[in-house]
Design a protein around this ligand. Sequence first.
Ligand SMILES: *Cc1c(COP(=O)(O)O)cnc(C)c1O
Length: 229
Amino acid sequence: MTNITNNLQSVRKRMATAANACGRDPAELTLVAVSKKNSAQAVREAWQAGQRDFAENFLQEALPKQVELAQLPLTWHFIGRIQSNKTRPIAEHFQWVHTVDRFKIAQRLSQQRPADLPPLNLCIQVNVGDRDNKAGVEPAEVVELARQISALPRLVLRGLMCMPPESDDIDTQRGYFRILGQLRQLLLQHGFQIDTLSMGMSGDLEAAVAEGATMLRIGTAVFGQRQAT
Ligand SMILES: *Cc1c(COP(=O)(O)O)cnc(C)c1O
């Protein structure tokens, strides 16, 4: 077995253990393998080990990888910063976008989603407490942005995403993820049909599962340590 196959097994085991520990069904959890800075060959190995969902942060890196792997039935998630002049290739080449934090971006994705593809699945990125990182809408603005996005064609608002500040303390980690869980409740009360909380990475997946995560975005624990840039 390759490292990636082994790693995938241990990540799936960690997810199942975390789900069982809080009385959740492990089948509610989707592992999204974050393949940034890893080769198409690494993605292929993960696919051979049963992995289907992959995420990328950078278009210039993702698009050639997708071309190379076009024969495989993979689901691609975009999880990077979105510049408004780069929305078209995202709308054309991904099934999910997790990092929408402005109406203008959603509007462009809606206009540019090709008519022959199913609607693009979208998550609103929320800033749950990282003062240094401006990515994500403020919690108080989530309902209004959800309202605006829901009116757009060619998109389906699936839920919320966050990337909290790093912490080694599970209670601190859970505190950040709880904000997203509470916002999900708020959206459900407002009648939005959302089913996704995209939260949890290699270092904090247990905390995320305990607070209701449905999509775990895991890079390092699947592919190993990335090269520094
Ligand atoms: C890189 C990245 C991940 C994965 O992080 P790991 O710590 O390697 O698991 C998840 N989400 C986003 C948005 C990322 O940029």
